[in-house]
Write a protein that binds this ligand. Structure first.
Ligand SMILES: [Zn+2]
Length: 239
């Protein structure tokens, strides 16, 4: 490819900045606080799933309690009604006996309900304990995340700012040389993990360090000032 030597110097300068941007980007992603935050969130998701199950259990127990209370209330009314009928029955012993049986039946049923209520109350108390524990764990995890975020925000912002200014600087440099040359470098760099261009040092590729001999060296030198390393396929500045 046709290129001015000065353009290749600029390209090497652009590559230096690009590698620096890559390092800063990697550092941002790998900030230990960011990784810790991701772990916290994963764990918190698991706790939340458990809490959802507990809330579901609580709803069931609350429903059980409502059923018990409703039935107990209707039994109380039944007892009151029976008492009124007994009071009004006067000397009608058959009526008195029948309503007294109703009252006894209601009382017996209420006793059974009271036992059930104790069981459901115990269940609800147990659920509340677990729920408090899980909600406490979630709150602690959120507080820890806030602390980590405050801690890494400064570092993260500084890296982001560095990436912004470096990108502007490399774009400005890139605008001064042949866009096709920039494209060729970017394509090569993408294929080779970042380093797309180097220098031929005597008869050695400055990047993969392969010695280039005989006809290959003659062919490469004929491509000056810009050739391709026959081994690693990177661009080589040939002086
Ligand atoms: Zn090479």
């Amino acid at each position: 490819m046709q290129a001015e030597f000065q353009e290749l110097e600029t390209l090497l300068e652009i590559q230096k900045i690009d590698l620096d941007i890559m390092r800063a980007t990697k550092k941002r992603v790998e900030l230990p606080q960011r990784i810790a935050v991701m772990r916290l969130r994963k764990k918190r998701g698991e706790i939340q799933a458990k809490l959802d199950q507990v809330l579901e259990l609580q709803k069931k127990s609350d429903d059980d309690m409502t059923v018990i209370e409703d039935e107990d209330r209707s039994l109380v009314e039944k007892q009151e009604r029976a008492q009124e009928l007994i009071d009004a029955a006067g000397s009608d012993f058959r009526k008195v006996e029948s309503h007294s049986k109703e009252m006894a039946g209601a009382a017996k049923r209420r006793e059974a309900l009271a036992e059930k209520r104790v069981t459901v109350e115990a269940q609800l108390a147990k659920i509340k304990g677990v729920r408090d524990q899980l909600e406490g764990a979630i709150a602690a995890s959120e507080a820890e995340e806030a602390r980590l975020r405050a801690d890494f925000e400064d570092e993260d912002n500084a890296l982001a700012e560095h990436i912004r200014t470096s990108t502007a600087q490399r774009d400005k440099l890139a605008s001064t040389i042949d866009p096709e040359l920039v494209k060729l470098y970017e394509k090569t760099a993408a294929k080779t993990g970042g380093v797309g261009i180097g220098k031929l040092e005597e008869d050695t590729c400055g990047i993969c360090r392969t010695g280039i001999e005989g006809g290959r060296l003659i062919a490469l030198k004929a491509e000056a000032p810009l050739g391709t390393c026959p081994m690693c396929k990177r661009l080589l500045v040939v002086e």
